[in-house]
Design a protein around this ligand. Structure first.
Ligand SMILES: Cc1cc2nc3c(=O)[nH]c(=O)nc-3n(C[C@H](O)[C@H](O)[C@H](O)COP(=O)(O)OP(=O)(O)OC[C@H]3O[C@@H](n4cnc5c(N)ncnc54)[C@H](O)[C@@H]3O)c2cc1C
Ligand code: FES
Ligand code: FES
Length: 485
């Protein structure tokens, strides 16, 4: 395992961290470490689980983000769509192929978290975490998906129906890695959608969600699939509603009856986010809304065809694994750094405590506020949810390096303020300033991605950033003004 070295840390999150360069190395490691090891992809679930002590007894982290060719979305010669385990929610949201042939999944991925979360979080991680509120499980179940699990013993194919065994429980063995997610592309007569209700419009876990796929005839419905999330320990099919709709016309009465039957199929619990009765009522509302939008041919209206990603190039190649020994070698704001300590921290803490770059702020340390936004290999990410060793061999830009992104001579002086920094000052888009570096990073990445954004695109770009004092009006205005400079 030449490119895969180990460190022992005296800390709470992990004791050793591997960055394998091949799938074979990864499977060897899993076979050797078993229950004591955990794979990490986007780390948006795992970092929090480790910090909160949800996953006990984990000593070893195996970072699979440098494995080659696992970030692909493709269609095979039989029309089956395949997602590699490193495909992120933003990859899905930006995929023309999936927009055309798997729209319910696109809608679900688009509604996960915020752009900085979607740039790192993978669909595979969403499946393996196995919360019944996780958004991509519902559409993948409706699409009839299966996964391929690999270990040193070989591979096995498991349907999603069999994969989940309870709340946060799956059949995956400690020595197995999920290496493929597959499902048939929707056919010409099939149309589908995914709807979600959370306590707010973004950065919200589903209170309930539903995916609906209809096989349509000129007169009505040939067959229907309706799956429901967050209303039982695992994702449910609303079987009676599916049977009821088959062979029926899409009249108001039939739609209302199917929604009632779907609601009756749900078995939600009361919890802090909503009562069981409210959830059942909302299943009725969402299923009715979904069916009405499909009848009107409007199901794609709520999801942008070219979503804001906060990524310069969504297909930017992740640098391949460098041999990882005792040190993290990385580039921050164009300067080379070597860290011999801090490997057990988050990237946010590495930047602040080891590199002394305190412009990046910690607001929540759980991916909610965006104050820690930095660019990691050209994508905006929440640094509090990135393990520090992921910086090894990577390029990072923090707010301290933003002005230097301008080519020399293009600003009034070589290290001129970025236009967004300038307009935040001019427009008074700052009060206490704690959130400001995060907003500026998101806005700067937006303007790199699309120099003349519309108001709606600006709003999309800052959905992951919270400000508790300025209010958003001046922030949006400052971004608009920067786009004119
Ligand atoms: C602020 C915030 C907002 C969020 N919003 C949403 C939301 O709206 N909807 C939603 O559904 N989720 C949401 N999430 C949860 C999370 O982002 C998703 O579940 C995400 O898809 C997890 O992917 P990941 O790559 O980050 O997983 P990781 O954290 O890297 O891994 C998650 C689990 O999967 C395992 N794993 C990862 N890859 C593999 C593999 N290939 N084989 C075997 N095991 C593997 C890991 O060991 C770990 O146990 C949110 C999280 C945060 C922090
Ligand atoms: S999102 Fe990272 S500190 Fe709040
Ligand atoms: S300016 Fe104070 S939190 Fe935004």
């Amino acid at each position: 395992m030449a490119s895969c070295a180990t460190l022992w840390f005296n800390n709470t999150m992990w004791n050793e961290y591997f960055i394998p360069a091949t799938l074979d190395e990864t499977l060897h490691l899993l076979a050797e470490k078993r229950e004591k090891a955990r794979l990490v992809a986007g780390a948006t679930d795992l970092m929090l689980e480790l910090e909160r002590g949800v996953r006990k007894g984990i000593e070893t982290i195996i970072d699979v983000t440098r494995l080659p060719d696992l970030d692909r979305i493709r269609q095979d010669e039989n029309g089956i769509l395949h997602l590699g385990p490193l495909v992120t929610h933003n990859d899905v949201a930006a995929s023309r192929l999936l927009h055309e042939y798997a729209f319910p999944l696109v809608s679900a991925s688009w509604q996960v978290g915020a752009p900085q979360i979607r740039n790192r979080a993978t669909v595979a991680g969403n499946l393996v975490t196995a919360s019944p509120a996780n958004d991509t499980i519902t559409p993948l179940m409706a699409l009839g998906a299966w996964v391929l699990l690999a270990s040193m013993k070989g591979t096995r194919r498991v349907s999603l129906e069999e994969f989940f065994t309870g709340v946060r429980k799956t059949v995956i063995e400690p020595d197995e890695m999920l290496v493929d997610i597959a499902f048939p592309a929707l056919k010409n007569d099939q149309r589908g959608t995914f709807l979600k209700l959370g306590l707010r419009r973004v950065q919200a876990i589903s209170l309930v969600n539903t995916a609906i796929i209809l096989d349509l005839t000129p007169d009505g419905v040939r067959s229907a699939v309706i799956t429901l999330g967050a209303v039982a320990p695992t994702i449910l099919h609303a079987r009676e509603a599916e049977v009821y709709l088959a062979g029926k016309e899409m009249t108001d009465e039939n739609i209302a009856r199917a929604a009632e039957l779907a609601s009756a199929a749900s078995r939600p619990i009361d919890d802090i986010r909503g009562s069981a009765a409210y959830r059942m009522a909302m299943v009725n509302v969402l299923v009715k809304r979904g069916l009405l939008s499909l009848r009107a041919g409007q199901e794609k209206a709520q999801v942008p065809e070219t979503p804001v990603l906060l990524s310069s190039d969504v297909k930017a190649q992740i640098p391949r694994a460098l041999p990882f020994d005792q040190s993290i070698h990385t580039t921050i704001n164009g300067k080379d750094y070597t860290f011999t300590s801090g490997q057990e921290k988050s990237l946010l803490r590495l930047l602040r405590e080891e590199a002394g770059l305190t412009g990046t702020k910690e607001g929540c340390a759980e991916g909610e506020c965006g104050a820690c936004t930095v660019f990691l290999d050209d994508k905006a990410v929440m640094a509090c949810l990135v393990p520090a060793p992921r910086a090894h061999g990577a390029e990072i830009v923090t707010v301290e390096g933003l002005g230097s992104l301008l080519p020399l001579g293009e600003g009034p002086e070589p290290r001129a303020l970025h236009p967004v920094q300038r307009t935040f000052i001019d427009d008074g888009a700052v009060q206490c300033g704690y959130c400001t570096p995060g907003f500026i990073m998101s806005a700067a990445k937006l303007l790199e991605e699309r120099p003349q954004p519309g108001r709606d695109e600006i709003m999309q770009a800052i959905t992951g950033n919270l400000c508790r004092c300025t209010g958003y009006y001046k922030i949006v205005q400052a971004i608009e003004d920067a786009s004119k400079l």
